[in-house]
Design a protein around this ligand. Sequence first.
Ligand SMILES: [Zn+2]
Length: 328
Amino acid sequence: MVSTTTSKSGFNGLPIVLNFNLDDTTPGTIAHYWLRLGSDGMGNPMLVPLMVARGMEPGPILGLTAAIHGDELNGISVIQRLFADLDVAELKGTVVAIPVVNIPGFNRQQRFFSDGSDINHLMPGKIDGNASQVYAYRLVNRFLKFVDHLLDLHTASRGRINSYYVRADMSQESTRKLALLQNPQLIVHNPANDGTFRGTADEMNIPAITLEVGNPGVYQKKLIRSGLVGVHNVLSHLGMTDDEILQVPIPTILCKKSYWLYTETGGLLHVHVDLLQRVKKGELIASLRNVFGDLTQEYHAPEDGVVIGKSTSPVNMSGGRILHLGIE
Ligand SMILES: [Zn+2]
């Protein structure tokens, strides 16, 4: 059965589709497509990779997305390994994934879209908006609206490192459960903000969480494995597989909120604390030196907390990020 949305011509031997359509994929198979989101200045189509694993039996549609920020790579490997592992003969329902969402950013190895926008802050986009808004709008309307649950995979941004943590609305049972199944080092309770892909999913009543899987621009094997276990746990929880749910013995740190601390002046920053380290109110967390090497500022923890992420790049302008503090 071929959907009317499938273009007759393909690219690299794979069909081009205008939206995700379950009926394009035969039950019990895995299929790859190019999802068309627009065209570039040459008039060539802008194609995102779309992977569909459709089980023999009907069931939920689990959506996975990675690299909505173009330099966040660990999630790509999580999705690729998941599809290599999936047994569609036993699967109930469908897993549908876009391993690289932000094509211009990915090609330039940078966070932002080609017009400099952060597309994860302008969701659900605009049907007649600018380049990034249209791309966002089509992503929502050609992919997101067809899924029942969403896991959106991210990492820290450049110049910073993250623990393996989850952002989720812990006041809603559906998203709370998805978050706990990841066995993350840390969970930040974070009601979905407007403008994010997760927030848009939430407005469409699609339970969604954000997985922050480590650092940008690299593949981190251990964290990729942790991410993969989390996704398998979700498949089992949703009744899509019969696998056992794996829980790790390390307890997850739960944070009711989190915020970034920023420098007031520019200079060369050294952060003294490690990821997941607990800090006490008043504890020295970072020092700033001027270009001559003189100590110009010391930063102290404003309250007790735990380090979720931190800056690793010494060069800081006024308003540079120091660390991401979680409050338990
Ligand atoms: Zn991101």
